[in-house]
Design a protein around this ligand. Sequence first.
Ligand SMILES: Cc1cc2nc3c(=O)[nH]c(=O)nc-3n(C[C@H](O)[C@H](O)[C@H](O)COP(=O)(O)O)c2cc1C
Length: 411
Amino acid sequence: MSNNKILLKISGSIAAYKIGVLISKLIQNGFEVQTVATKSALQFIGPATLEGLTGKPVYSDMFESGQMMDHINLAKWADITLLAPATANTINRLAAGMGDSLVTALFLAHDWTKPYLIAPAMNTKMLRHPATKCSFKTLRRWGVHVLSTASGSLACGDSGDGKMLEPEIIYKKLINQLHCPAVNSLSVLITYGGTQESIDGVRHLTNMSTGKTGIKLAQYFIQRGHAVTCLHASGIACPGGTKETISFANFSGLDKKINDIINSNTFDAIIHAAAVSDYSPVAMDINGQQFHLPLPEKLPSSNSAILKLEANPKLVDKFKSHPKAQKAVLVAFKLTYNDNKKDKNSAVHKLFDHSKADIVVLNDFSTRKNSEQKHFQLFSQKSSLGIVDTAEELAEKLEDILLAQLEKKTL
Ligand SMILES: Cc1cc2nc3c(=O)[nH]c(=O)nc-3n(C[C@H](O)[C@H](O)[C@H](O)COP(=O)(O)O)c2cc1C
């Protein structure tokens, strides 16, 4: 196997104890691993463990005699670099361009034609600190692949986001980045954009969906090598590299296309982010004259008119009742409007009840900025799966969840 040299950097988090499992898996699968640890990291995991597992001494001191040029040479040697666990301190130092340790100096000497991954591990408050958030943004902009964190009980006794991903998941992400064929590529259907319900030849009812979240999800999944089918509102852009793109205009069109797609494909996951109209116009009363809608031509103008709407069934409920889509992991979206926590929770439960979705992504209209939705809260049927700020982070988190589900199914 080529592409097998891994530079594994370790910083001072309690999660460092899990790194032995990752190294062991890498070595068993034929990778050559060189570890570099911060001084703090060596408080958490000993040189004997690292050397014992990799067969190479761990480097830590930039000024070690005979190894003075390691801060350049190791960056050249590696096919891929992983910083795991990545502490808030090291993340912020990397984003500030500091080079005062072997770990940070190697980052400055990194060859950006090769992947650089970080697996953060920290307390939720450290993760949400503006400095850390800003650093994540900077690092992503520079091309660092920032892995998501998991939610659960943390070493400090708190519960929340910030746990380092499990070694098995990090291993998969590494392999993915190296483009090895052993990747568990997912087959994903993503629906996005809003329906437009025709009233007449020139008017329609629609909603405020821009499809931006869906586009970003699709972009991310395509970039990561998954097979993506996009079912998007007509007129909305579709990222290049999709396996298939299909557009829809209105409720009935979307309904039919979902049926067609599900009948002829098998998906590992369905991410249903389309904003589907709850109602379709069926009739208009203008000065006592009845018009059946949609009317192909333009309705006459008048001082007043009565529009009759018919409630549409919930399309999200279709997936789990369809024999070919039942096994797919269904991700449903719920948009609330400035709701309080109790109402949001009850909206999520209601959606789980009728759709039988595996995951619900909740977003509230109040967090919309420049027509882009921010702040997504994820739920499984049993618990909260954490909060992410941006659509890119949502994509990353969903990928982790979906890969974990896929692994469970194939075990
Ligand atoms: C027991 C213990 C656990 C810690 N766990 C974490 C952690 O998970 N994440 C983190 O960012 N910092 C953690 N810290 C704080 C870091 O070790 C500290 O910020 C240190 O300066 C990091 O140095 P480094 O980034 O150079 O490795 C922990 C500290 C202690 C004492």
